[in-house]
Design a protein around this ligand. Structure first.
Ligand SMILES: [Zn+2]
Ligand SMILES: [Zn+2]
Length: 338
């Protein structure tokens, strides 16, 4: 499903197009037959042109999609980590320079010259993709593709954001926005024995949150005073907040929901409206995760049998699925199957 021109998703900008099958060009590459690709909110922003000013997508045409699970069907001569028949996944981090300060410190997700999956003709809304073995993560043989794929963006984003919130036992962590990412963040925070407070506009998302172990759920209210009063009555102010809902009002409310000295982790793009230095709060950004984080996510998912709420659709319905996502009609993560 190729994007050649940006436009509202209702105009079906993604078209079924035949592109050349990617070939192994370097001896450390593997060729993956894609079994599933998750549908992330950022594709919607990219396709509709919301992030044009941020340089996303950097070129056209592109094949969107940046959370892939698949099967290795061919390996380059120097590949040692994978053999044909193994299963593998790729996160948005398709490749980085491996030489800069960030790459050397294991923060390759911050590399200035990183390549992003789904921002060229290499993307997940497709049948095949090549990647160097270093940037593919091994998957257990019996992990279902529709379960594994969302771990590669939603999962690692959730994991890294929870890590950034400095979780510890009984820490009160509020998670603002319970969709594809938020529902996994609840589970990562529970692994650390935190007290999770789930916040969403939608009752059905709060029901999912409750099922996944949130201690308290609170309906988000545009009326900030009303919301803060409700929060105070139910649990008091938070030790930390994690924001996944892409709305500045939510970020502002999250900052006001944490105690003095508290921590706010922003896992979305937006403005920081009000920040009062006297309260000694910390605001921290987070962006996907490193290769090591990715491995950790797969390990935790298997060990703790994490739930990934997914809905499967055929790849050629990508436009319709993104439209559903736009209208908040997807409960967890939609996954496209080629
Ligand atoms: Zn994503
Ligand atoms: Zn680098």
């Amino acid at each position: 499903m190729v994007l050649s021109k940006l436009g509202p998703i209702e105009t079906k900008p993604l078209k079924i197009t035949e592109i050349d099958k990617h070939q192994i060009k370097r001896s450390n590459e593997i060729l993956i037959k894609i079994e599933a690709c998750g549908v992330c909110h950022s594709q919607l922003h990219g396709i509709e042109g919301d992030w044009k000013d941020l340089g996303i997508p950097p070129t056209l045409p592109t094949v969107p999609g940046h959370e892939i699970a698949g099967k290795v069907v061919e390996v380059g001569n120097d590949v040692t980590k994978f053999k044909v028949g193994d299963r593998a996944g790729i996160s948005p981090l398709l490749e980085s320079c491996m030489k800069c300060q960030y790459c050397l410190e294991g923060k390759e997700n911050l590399c200035d010259s990183m390549d992003v999956l789904g921002e060229s003709l290499k993307g997940g809304y497709s049948e095949y993709v090549t990647v160097t073995e270093e940037f593919a993560t091994k998957l257990p043989h019996d992990m279902k593709p529709e379960y594994a794929a969302p771990l590669f963006c939603a999962g690692v984003t959730a994991y890294k954001a929870v890590k950034a919130s400095e979780p510890k036992k009984n820490k009160k962590i509020g998670i603002f926005g319970i969709g594809g990412v938020g529902h996994m963040a609840i589970q990562f925070a529970k692994i650390e024995n935190c007290k999770v407070i789930a916040i969403s506009r939608k009752q059905k998302h709060l029901d999912v949150a409750k099922k996944l172990g949130a201690s308290v759920t609170i309906t988000f209210d545009q009326d900030q005073e009303k919301f803060l009063k409700d929060l105070k009555n139910k649990v008091g102010f938070l030790d930390a907040a994690i924001v996944f809902a892409p709305a500045d009002i939510v970020t502002d409310t999250a900052i006001k929901s944490v105690k003095k000295g508290g921590l706010v982790v922003i896992g979305t793009i937006g403005k920081i409206p009000n920040f009062i230095a006297f309260e000694e709060k910390t605001i921290r950004g987070t962006l996907i995760g490193s290769r090591k984080d990715m491995e950790e996510v797969i390990r935790l998912a298997e060990e703790h049998n994490l739930s990934v709420v997914t809905e499967k659709y055929p790849l050629e319905q990508a436009n319709e699925v993104l439209e559903k996502l736009k209208n908040s009609q997807i409960e967890g993560r939609a996954v496209l199957i080629p």
